[in-house]
Design a protein around this ligand. Structure first.
Ligand SMILES: *Cc1c(COP(=O)(O)O)cnc(C)c1O
Length: 403
């Protein structure tokens, strides 16, 4: 496995490109994809990277070159994927609560798609009849994932068509001759337990009996990766083995063969990323020492939005005496990246690295407080390359009247 970037390398990158700075180690992405393909050897499988985790064009381009497909959650993501050189046959679109106009726009590109409401499926069937194969996103009523905000398959979730509404779906197919090619579920993010995927397979195999035209079982994404030291991710080799067993045994017993699709987002890009930030201010309030940094929830919102844990390292003083800090952002909100975190002594001017900053980090950033978005750098073959320049004032003014 590619070694994590060293504290010296990270400090040097911060000096060269300035802070705050996102850094992505491309080799780590390639390795994650390798791990997937080797774990699923012998299974008829396809992977579609869930682009919403990180859509930088250079990242998309790198992932395209690995041979992986891409899963998009909006028409604009499909446009970015096309721009990055993905062929429509390698693009999948899985959306939620979108207009039928958006669905038609994506359909015109030739991408695969999963539709997640009876209402849009009816419109699709009425317009395309049997001519355009489509996937249907089901809600399996399985509770899984790191926390409720990132759980999507449970029985109060807005995502997918509840399995108990299958009779309505079957009626709709009879009426419009809709061509259902794929059954899809995505039960949430950070699913460690292989059994959750096994449960999903069981539900979909049962459902598929009523859909003779189905060729693909799409199990979505949601593989867990370690965030905390010592934490374990989804056991991908065990998952590969389990999936192979289930699909082989179905084929043996019933003669039905399905291709299996996955849509990994976090698994592909979480660990490749670092957010480098400089400590602006140290503030000792008596009970708490705040290390105030030059970034905030405008750049990386996961700790504040989901209570997510991100490991933090002091790159410029890694051997300092350990103290306890609240690492706090510079936005006019309570935006602590970490509370009571033991870290080597932090001094003003130190460079901290926030780890696991590849997935849902830059991608969820905003211009809140009219601050600039960070620059992004990709390391490939040992070389650092700027893949998005830091904002300038013109980026905040663009598209607005001068007043
Ligand atoms: C977000 C999403 C994914 C990726 O989830 P991860 O937890 O990042 O793997 C996959 N499929 C769909 C439909 C999604 O919405």
């Amino acid at each position: 496995m590619a070694a994590a970037l060293s504290h010296e390398q990270l400090t040097a990158l911060a000096r060269e490109f300035g802070t705050p700075l996102y850094v992505y180690q491309a080799d780590r992405i390639g390795e994650q994809y390798q791990k997937l393909t080797s774990a699923f050897k012998g299974t008829d499988v396809r992977f579609f990277y869930a682009a919403k985790a990180l859509t930088n064009l250079s990242i998309l381009h790198y992932i395209r070159d690995t041979g992986c497909g891409v899963d998009c959650s909006s028409y604009n993501e499909v446009q970015l994927a096309l721009h990055a050189g993905f062929k429509p046959a390698n693009i999948l679109y899985t959306s939620n609560n979108v207009s039928f106009e958006e669905i038609c726009a994506v359909q015109a590109t030739g991408a695969h798609m999963n539709i997640d409401s009876l209402s849009n499926l009816r419109k699709f069937g009425e317009k395309f009849g049997h001519t355009v194969p489509v996937g249907v996103r089901l809600r399996p009523n399985i509770m899984a994932g790191g926390n409720l905000k990132i759980s999507t398959g449970h029985d109060e979730s807005k995502f997918g068509i509840p399995v108990e509404q299958l009779p309505e779906l079957l009626d709709l197919i009879a009426e419009t001759s809709l061509h259902i090619k794929t059954l899809h579920i995505h039960t949430g993010s950070e699913i460690k337990d292989v059994e959750v995927f096994a449960k999903g397979i069981e539900v979909l195999f049962e459902v598929a009996r009523q859909f003779p035209e189905v060729e693909v079982i799409d199990l979505g994404g949601g593989f867990k990766v370690p965030y905390k030291p010592g934490e374990e991710g989804t056991d991908i080799p065990a998952l590969g083995k389990k999936v192979k067993e289930e699909f082989d045994s179905l084929e043996k017993n019933t003669g039905r063969h399905y291709q299996v699709w996955f849509e990994p987002g976090k698994y592909m890009v979480s660990e490749c990323g670092y957010l480098l930030t400089k400590v602006n201010v140290l503030k000792n309030t008596g009970s708490i020492v705040f290390a105030g940094v030059d970034t905030g929830l405008n750049h990386l919102i996961r700790p504040m939005f989901y209570g997510a844990y991100h490991a933090i390292e002091n790159c410029s003083n890694p051997d300092g005496v350990v103290h306890t800090y609240h690492v706090a952002g510079n936005i006019c909100e309570t935006d602590n990246f970490a509370e009571n975190r033991a870290l080597p002594e932090i001094r003003e001017g130190d460079i901290l690295a926030i780890r696991n900053a590849g997935a849902y980090c830059f991608e969820m950033s905003s211009h809140y407080n009219a601050r600039f978005k960070p620059a992004e750098v990709m390391i490939e073959n040992g070389k650092a390359r700027l893949i998005r320049r830091r904002d300038v004032l013109e980026d905040l003014l663009r598209g607005q009247e001068r007043g």
